[in-house]
Ligand binder design. Structure first.
Ligand code: GAR
Length: 226
């Protein structure tokens, strides 16, 4: 498919290690992402994700949520900070805060999150522990558009990971994270190539509404890489 040559401007929000941020930086450096990463913003100081951004020559900002009395104040300041970069897409990449309407109303349609579960299962925290305790056969990760509810916006892409008999949270988290690093840049690439969009609250891929749980990632699927 012909790629749209207009420049995509991505702002990435992080809270920690930034391995998903790294997957986006890497995709861009090998020419798989038609986009410029214009800023990385962290709500926590001294996190390794900021170092990753600096190493890649990306401007960084730290906006600590603990410095704000009320979450609305943080959301509004964050919205103003992000807006200065005039982004076409905002990524929540291990960003561990729920953004309220004070933020979302500025950018509602163009925010994508990566979450470590097969949504709609296990919104919020401790996703791997909950999947193991429930006796699930599969865990996984979901890339989805963000709305005002926790981990509830329209799903774009999911990758499943089989839960082994001796699985623990750490081993599962590692395996799921590997899949995150594949599906996150892939979904971002779709968006940047104008194959993916949010229209009237529905995720549309190549002109067709995506299923409720999004596209299912399969390693061997050539369609996904076309
Ligand atoms: C990732 O597993 C990501 O899916 C998760 O935090 C981790 C961050 O890793 N995000 C959430 O739980 C958001 N609800 P990273 O900082 O190495 O990318």
């Amino acid at each position: 498919m012909e790629k749209n040559s207009a420049t995509n401007r991505i702002v990435i929000l992080i809270s920690g290690n930034g391995t998903n941020l790294q997957s986006i930086i890497n995709a861009r450096s090998v020419g798989e992402l038609n986009a410029e990463i214009v800023a990385v913003i962290s709500d926590r100081r001294n996190v390794f994700g900021l170092e990753r951004a600096k190493l890649a020559g990306i401007p960084t900002i730290t906006l600590e949520h603990t410095q704000f009395g009320h979450r609305d104040e943080f959301d509004l300041t964050l919205a103003k900070t992000v807006a200065k970069f005039n982004p076409t897409l905002i990524l929540l990449s291990g960003f561990m805060r729920v953004l309220g309407n004070k933020f979302l109303r500025h950018f509602q349609r163009n925010i994508i999150n990566i979450h470590p579960s097969l949504l709609p299962k296990y919104k919020g925290l401790k996703t791997h522990q909950r999947a193991i305790e429930a006796g699930d056969s599969f865990a996984g990760a979901t890339v989805h558009f963000v709305n005002e509810y926790l981990d509830a916006g329209p799903c774009i892409l999911q990758a499943k990971v089989k839960i082994g008999p001796d699985e623990n949270c750490e081993s599962l988290a590692k395996r799921v994270l590997k899949m995150e690093h594949i599906i996150f840049p892939l979904a971002v690439q779709w968006f940047c190539d104008r194959r993916l969009a949010l229209k009237n609250g529905i995720a549309i891929f190549d002109g067709i509404p995506l299923p409720k749980m999004g596209q299912q990632f399969k390693n061997s699927s050539s369609i996904l890489y076309s």
